[in-house]
Design a protein around this ligand. Structure first.
Ligand code: MN
Ligand code: MN
Length: 313
C-alpha cells in the first residue's frame, strides 16, 4: 500500500505533522507519483497580500480530510504514491529571483516523474511552474479557474507578477492557445475590451454570469472533450469562488462560483492527462474563520482525485 494519511482514529486530527492531509513528509519528489509542494510567496500581489501564509494554512485545514471520496468513489491513496515535500525556498526580498528558484525546483520535481500539486502562494508562481512543465512536456492545455484572466502586459512596469501570468505563458509558447479554458471571469476591467485579446489568441473564456445558477457538469464535459489527448495543467485561483465562500484572498470579486460548482467543475475533468495542479491566492490574514483555506484544502483533494491512475471504487 502506498503512503497513507494518518487516520484521525489513530492520532487526533489536531495533533501530528503539519503536512498536507498528514501525509508523510519527503525530502524530494524521488519515487513519488504526486508531490505536494508549497510556494509561500506574496510579493507578486498587487492589492492585499498574505498569501505567503497560504501553504501553511491550507495544510492546517487539510487535517480533517479523510482519504476516501465517498461521493465519487475516488481512492487516490490506494494507487498513487503521494507525499508532502515541503516548501520551495523562495527569496522573499526578490520576485525575479523567486521565479528563477521556482522554475529550478519544479524542473527537479518533474525530472523525478512526479505530478506537482502546489499550494500557493500568489498566482505569479504558475508562470515558472508552466516554464518547467513545458520544458518537460512541451506546450500544455490549461484549465484556469479564476475571477481574473491574468493577462495584463505589465504591472508597475514589471512583466512577471500575479496579473500577467497567462499573457507571458502565451507569448513564451508554454500553453496551446486554443486549448486554454479560463472559467469564472468577472469584475471590472482596465478597459472595456480586456477580454477581447485573449479570445483573439484562441483562449476559451467563460465568464461567471454565463454560468450563474447552473451546474458546471456540462461545462466540464465540454472542456474534457476539447482537451482529451493533451497534457493538461489545472490552475485554480481561490478568488474564482464568490467571496461569500472564500473571503480570504487578495483581490475578491463579487458574483463568483459556489463551492458545489467548483466541485462539479473539478470532478468533471476526470480522465484528462493532468500533469500538474495548483491552488493559489489563499490569504489567511483575510480568512479569520479559516474557511477559505478549508475550501482550498478540499478542492486540492478533489484535484488529487482526478489525477491519472486514481482508482474509483
Ligand atoms: Mn489569478
Ligand atoms: Mn484572481
Amino acid at each position: 500500500m502506498p503512503n497513507q494519511p494518518i487516520s484521525g482514529n489513530d492520532l487526533p486530527r489536531f495533533a501530528g505533522p503539519g503536512t498536507f492531509m498528514r501525509l508523510p513528509a519527503a525530502a524530494s519528489a524521488e519515487g513519488l507519483d504526486v508531490a505536494v509542494v508549497g510556494v509561500p510567496m506574496d510579493h507578486g500581489t498587487s492589492w492585499r497580500s498574505g498569501t505567503r501564509f497560504g501553504p501553511q494554512q491550507i495544510r492546517a485545514q487539510s487535517a480533517m480530510i479523510r482519504p476516501y471520496a465517498v461521493q465519487t468513489g475516488a481512492a487516490p491513496f490506494d494507487a498513487l504514491q503521494v507525499a508532502d515535500i515541503g516548501d520551495v525556498a523562495i527569496n522573499t526580498f526578490d520576485l525575479a529571483d523567486t521565479i528563477r528558484i521556482i522554475t529550478e525546483a519544479y524542473g527537479t520535481i518533474l525530472t523525478h516523474g512526479a505530478i506537482p500539486a502546489t499550494l500557493g502562494g500568489d498566482h505569479t508562481l504558475t508562470l515558472p511552474i508552466l516554464r518547467a512543465v513545458a520544458a518537460r512536456h512541451g506546450p500544455v492545455a490549461l484549465v484556469h479557474v479564476d475571477a481574473h484572466a491574468d493577462v495584463n502586459d505589465v504591472m508597475f512596469g514589471v512583466r512577471e507578477a500575479h496579473g500577467t501570468v497567462f499573457r507571458r505563458a502565451h507569448e513564451e509558447g508554454l500553453i496551446v492557445p486554443d486549448k486554454v479554458w479560463q472559467v469564472g471571469l468577472r469584475g471590472t476591467g482596465y478597459t472595456a475590451e480586456d477580454f477581447d485579446e485573449p479570445r483573439d489568441w484562441g483562449f476559451h473564456l467563460v465568464t461567471a454570469p454565463e454560468i450563474w445558477h447552473q451546474s458546471l457538469a456540462p461545462l466540464a464535459a465540454r472542456i474534457r472533450a476539447d482537451l482529451a489527448g493533451h497534457k493538461v495543467y489545472v490552475s485554480y485561483d481561490i478568488d474564482s469562488l464568490d467571496p461569500a465562500f472564500a473571503p480570504g484572498t487578495g483581490t475578491p470579486e463579487i458574483g463568483g462560483l459556489t463551492t458545489p460548482q467548483a466541485m462539479e467543475l473539478i470532478r468533471g475533468l476526470r480522465g484528462l492527462d493532468i500533469v500538474g495542479v495548483d491552488m493559489v491566492e489563499v490569504s489567511p490574514p483575510y480568512d479569520p474563520s479559516g474557511n477559505t483555506a478549508l475550501v482550498a484544502a478540499n478542492l486540492m483533494f478533489e484535484m488529487l482525485c482526478i489525477l491519472p491512475g486514481v482508482p474509483y471504487r
